[in-house]
Design a protein around this ligand. Structure first.
Ligand code: ZN
Length: 256
């Protein structure tokens, strides 16, 4: 049995996601940036919200939870509290836990770095990864609460997923990410191809997600800190991949 996944914009640049199980009619929202577009998407599809899967405590990921819970009496799943508590959570999960959405199952991957509580949800059978602010297409989240080594370890965990995994990330940052990535790897053919594809997608008013992990592994410079030519490019040949990653992340922070 396959699932239906829909993508729609929320706030200024967040993605809203619904995953629906046709067999049981169960429907989950991945995070809840704001309630209104999620409710509109549910109504348009004729679906009823049964679950919200929260990835981390930032307001642009949980801002709509209270309203959705009140309206649908849905079950809210989220990470264990670390730096900031998340309200309205019914079930707290950790690494390896399975969350059932009807007959669908999401495996919890702890991916700290952007925040200490950040988790990602991987639907094994659907090959669908919801990674919020850990990895973006051709980018990754800012390392706000963790450190570079922690974030690199989280990215390695996601990089180990199958190449045909569809990545659904938290924000539409792809074009800006590509602009930066090209400063490190101007000759990367996979990155150049992604640049052309993403420009076309945005021109047509379409989202740049999902993207395939297999493509990200080739084109996303933040997943490539252990590639010798990338380390050389940032002047850290032979250095630890976590340090190379940290340097790339620092350069992205300064990039405008
Ligand atoms: Zn965030």
């Amino acid at each position: 049995m396959t699932s239906d996944i829909i993508v729609f914009p929320c706030l200024s640049d967040n993605f809203g996601y619904l995953i629906h199980d046709p067999a049981t009619k169960a429907t989950a929202s991945i995070d809840a940036p704001e309630a209104a577009p999620i409710i509109a998407a549910l109504r348009q599809k004729g679906w009823t919200l049964t679950d919200v899967l929260i990835t981390h405590h930032h307001q642009d990921h949980v801002g709509g939870v209270a309203e959705l819970k009140q309206m649908y009496k849905c079950r809210v799943t989220g990470p264990h509290d670390k730096t900031a508590p998340i309200a309205h959570v019914d079930q707290r999960v950790r690494e390896g836990d399975l969350v059932k959405i009807g007959s669908l199952a999401a495996r919890v991957l702890e991916t700290p770095g952007h925040t200490l509580d950040h988790i990602s949800y991987f639907f094994d059978a659907e090959r669908a990864l919801f990674a919020a602010d850990t990895i973006f297409s051709i980018g990754c989240g800012r390392v706000i609460e963790g450190n570079a080594a922690m974030m690199w370890h989280s990215l390695l965990k996601l990089r180990a997923l199958p190449d045909d995994t569809r990545l659904y990330c938290g924000h539409e940052y792809t074009l800006a990410n590509i602009k930066f990535a090209l400063t490190i790897e101007p000759d990367n053919a996979a990155l150049q191809a992604r640049a052309a594809q993403a420009a076309e997608q945005r021109k047509a008013g379409r989202p740049t997600v999902p993207t395939l992990m297999g493509e990200e592994k080739k084109a996303n410079v933040f997943l490539r800190a252990d590639v010798a030519s990338v380390a050389a490019k940032v002047g850290l040949s032979g250095k630890d991949a976590a340090d190379v990653f940290g340097e790339i992340r620092e350069r992205k922070n300064r990039f405008s």
